[in-house]
Design a binder for this molecule. Structure first.
Ligand SMILES: C[S@@+](CC[C@H](N)C(=O)[O-])C[C@H]1O[C@@H](n2cnc3c(N)ncnc32)[C@H](O)[C@@H]1O
Length: 195
């Protein structure tokens, strides 16, 4: 079922998480027993379905602003029988407000906005929770942004590089970077005081 969903998404050019990145994400959820998850960027619900399928007591809020994607996600989630575990919110991430606290926030939407998303949702992260960011190497382009011909792509990639530098230098956080997994994964947790 999820293989079919993955193949359909890839055929239609819907950007979904790479296999290795997904395996890392699912493993993290299992190991850290994450039960409440906020996902930024639903697309057609592929990663949300994969995460929710791990256990019946995992609950996911996921946000998508593209109507076509949103509608397809609803269909896919219903077909997977996971409507009780996954709630898709149809609006721009910038407008989503909640008081909920999550074990995990999976960030997989507009790459240029990662810094903003981090600040916006930090209060929604439990003390021991983690934020996981996908596409941190952006097809390897973060290593040589100066060589990118397209101006808009260069600007986007530079924003990712800046975000990486920013979280490196921010003493509020501990980060782990896995550049060789999928399209590059970064895990961010709160630094314990005194460490
Ligand atoms: C990489 S895809 C998500 C893939 C999905 N997590 C998966 O692996 O199956 C990113 C999605 O984020 C959505 N998106 C981008 N910027 C957004 C925003 N500001 N608000 C809501 N959705 C956004 C896009 O429409 C797109 O569907």
């Amino acid at each position: 079922m999820t293989d079919e969903l993955k193949n359909k998404a890839l055929e239609k050019g819907v950007p979904i998480i790479k296999d290795e990145g997904l395996a890392f994400l699912l493993n993290y959820i299992r190991e850290h027993e994450c039960k409440t998850i906020l996902e930024l960027g639903t697309a057609v619900g592929y990663s949300a379905i994969q995460m929710a399928s791990l256990a019946k007591d995992i609950f996911i809020d996921t946000i998508e602003k593209n109507e076509e994607m949103y509608k397809q996600a609803l269909v896919n989630i219903k077909n997977a029988g996971l409507e009780k575990q996954i709630e898709v919110h149809f609006l721009p991430i910038e407008e989503f407000e909640t008081d909920k606290k999550y074990d995990l926030i999976f960030v997989d939407a507009a790459k240029a906005q990662y810094g903003r998303y981090l600040e916006k949702f930090l209060d929604n992260l439990k003390d021991e929770g983690a934020m996981i960011f996908d596409n941190m190497v952006f097809h390897g382009l973060v290593y040589e942004p100066e060589n990118i011909a397209s101006r808009s792509l260069r600007s986007l990639v530079k924003k990712i590089v800046k975000f990486r530098e920013m979280v490196h230098n921010d003493k509020r956080f501990d980060i782990m970077e896995f550049d060789n997994i999928g399209d590059g994964i970064l895990v961010l947790t709160r630094r314990k005081s005194g460490s």
